[in-house]
Design a protein around this ligand. Structure first.
Ligand SMILES: Cc1cc2nc3c(=O)[nH]c(=O)nc-3n(C[C@H](O)[C@H](O)[C@H](O)COP(=O)(O)O)c2cc1C
Length: 273
């Protein structure tokens, strides 16, 4: 928590208030976890994987409808076929297990049909509802897996290449992949990539928009990191923000992949009304 003292018209100072340390039951796991991109060749025991998936499926879902599916890929040939869908990121073929989390109204629609019920889910809101379910389950699977010492890495390429993943995984109408997680025993200890300070992301009671000075303060630590400075230098950019806008997440890509993804939602039957 920061307390800002303003001396009229002259200057302001920010004092950090450090409260007495509260005792919590939060495991150290939350402080030490990292995304893992390199795995050992050790397989994941089926029983352990089932326990982890079972734990993940205890996540909250909308109306307990559970409108998601998880495709568990262990077959080397299917992993190879998935690899280009993820721009050949090494984790896809390097991990013993690849989990593709899908927004899935197919199963629920079929159930509605058996109950002579009029399923009104061929729309964008229902896609978003199913995506929320899929993502909550994905994150719960990740926490369960990491608690057991496994390493995970999300693949954001899933939404870029959903049309190709649909082909490889044989996904029917009503099913859209929304994220992928690679899973395996860690073979690296990545450095802590850091986080924005808590006060940058927390708004008390209502949203408090950011002043330029606050933005500068909140991002200063990230910008000062050696790896960030190296990114800026290597890419011959003026700022770290430019590395994001010009290299990593460009307007051109975002517009192109948005168009493709909207077409996927249409093709999979989520934009019919
Ligand atoms: C939705 C999502 C998509 C991601 N996509 C990728 C990816 O395609 N490749 C990758 O190497 N890491 C990916 N990550 C991992 C992030 O880069 C990572 O979580 C972030 O840098 C913070 O690092 P940490 O998880 O080790 O704390 C993704 C994470 C999320 C949540």
């Amino acid at each position: 928590m920061y307390i800002r003292l303003r001396f009229k018209y002259v200057f302001s100072v920010t004092l950090r208030y450090i409260p007495d340390k509260v005792m919590t039951n939060l495991p150290d796991y939350f402080k030490t976890r990292r995304s893992i991109r390199t795995y050992t060749s050790k397989p994941i025991d089926d029983e352990l994987l089932n326990e982890i998936l079972n734990a993940g499926c205890r996540a909250s879902t909308t109306g307990n409808m559970q409108v998601y599916s998880i495709i568990v890929t262990k077959d080397e040939n299917i992993k190879k076929a998935l690899s280009p869908c993820h721009f050949n990121q090494k984790m896809v073929t390097g991990a013993p297990v690849v989990l593709t989390f899908c927004a899935d109204f197919n199963r629920f629609n079929k159930w509605c049909k058996t109950g002579n019920a009029d399923a009104g889910y061929a729309n964008f809101l229902s896609f978003f509802t199913a995506s929320i379910d899929a993502l909550l389950v994905a994150q719960t699977v990740c926490v369960a897996a990491e608690s057991e010492g496994l390493g995970i890495c999300y693949l954001g390429t899933t939404t870029y290449m959903a049309h190709k993943i649909i082909e490889v995984l044989n996904l029917p109408a009503g099913v859209v992949p929304v994220t992928t997680v690679t899973l395996g025993w860690p073979s690296e200890e990545p450095i802590d990539p850091g986080r924005l300070p808590l006060e940058a992301v927390i708004h008390n009671d209502i949203y408090h928009d950011y002043s330029d000075a606050e933005i500068k303060e909140y991002y200063s630590e990230k910008e000062a990191r050696e790896d960030s400075r190296q990114f800026v230098k290597e890419n011959k950019k003026e700022s770290l923000a430019q590395v994001f806008t010009d290299i990593r997440y460009t307007r051109k890509d975002n517009v192109q992949f948005s168009k493709i993804f909207l077409q996927v939602l249409n093709d999979q039957g989520f934009m019919n009304q």
